[in-house]
Design a protein around this ligand. Structure first.
Ligand SMILES: O=C1O[C@H](COP(=O)(O)O)[C@@H](O)[C@H](O)[C@H]1O
Length: 230
């Protein structure tokens, strides 16, 4: 499979072009299937993109949105990806979108998996667009190379949509879409800013195994578009 690199001069140009691309894909999904689905990532990278999307015209009431991963913290915790999405994407024109959080009230993420997978069953698959971030350790979604659950997360035959995982090099227990769930998408993007992360991705693809740098497992199996700016 292939990685297409879309490099922009600056973060504003990236945000604007990426928002336009996503809106077109969601419009197509609505036109062809009545509803469209968008999977986003958390962390700091997508903040400007979320704000831009939220201000863009679309039949948002026909869009289902979820996260590729979530930190197992309360929804009011600053580390919550759900909080980030609710406060920055599910706002303004996009307030009408149907957002599904992967976080449940269970104290342990392992106990929330069945409910999270049940919630996702309301999405029609494949997802229309899925956006991944990446950490400098090569993790994507919450498929962390350091975790005991990484082989399970990358197992294409697991039959699992979500796993609970505990990184040892980053805080918080997590829930993450598995590799097969990520690959069940019509359009997959990796969204990065900064020279360092681009170098990490290029180095990972050239020199690392999938267990060492899980982001490579996605690029090895799907056509992926990198949306990047310095
Ligand atoms: O922990 C996480 O990190 C990655 C990367 O975040 P960023 O702040 O470097 O953009 C993110 O994609 C993931 O959703 C998040 O849970």
């Amino acid at each position: 499979m292939a990685l297409t690199i879309n490099a922009f001069d600056n973060a504003d140009a990236l945000t604007s072009a990426f928002a336009d691309t996503l809106i077109e894909l969601l419009k197509d999904g609505i036109a062809q299937r009545g509803r469209a689905s968008l999977v986003v990532s958390g962390g700091r990278t997508p903040l400007a993109l979320f704000k831009q999307l939220s201000q863009t015209d679309l039949e948002w009431d026909k869009v289902d949105i979820t996260l590729a991963d979530e930190r197992w913290v309360g929804e009011n915790d600053e580390a919550s990806n759900t909080k980030l999405v609710r406060e920055n994407l599910i706002q303004n024109k996009a307030a009408a979108a149907h957002f599904v959080t992967l976080k449940t009230d269970d104290a342990d993420a392992n106990d929330g998996i069945a409910e999270a997978e049940n919630r996702l069953s309301s999405f029609s698959l494949p997802f229309d667009a899925l956006i991944l971030g990446m950490g400098e350790d090569g993790h994507t979604a919450s498929l962390f190379p350091c975790s005991a659950q990484i082989e399970d997360g990358l197992n294409l035959a697991s039959g699992k949509i979500c796993i609970a995982t505990q990184p040892t090099t980053a805080p918080h227990q997590r829930i993450s879409l598995t590799l097969p769930a990520i690959l069940n998408s019509r359009n997959i993007f990796i969204h990065l800013t900064g020279e360092k992360k681009k170098q990490v991705l290029e180095d990972a693809l050239a020199n690392s195994t999938e267990l060492e740098k899980p982001v490579t497992a996605v690029v090895n199996r799907a056509d992926v578009t990198l949306m990047w700016a310095p």
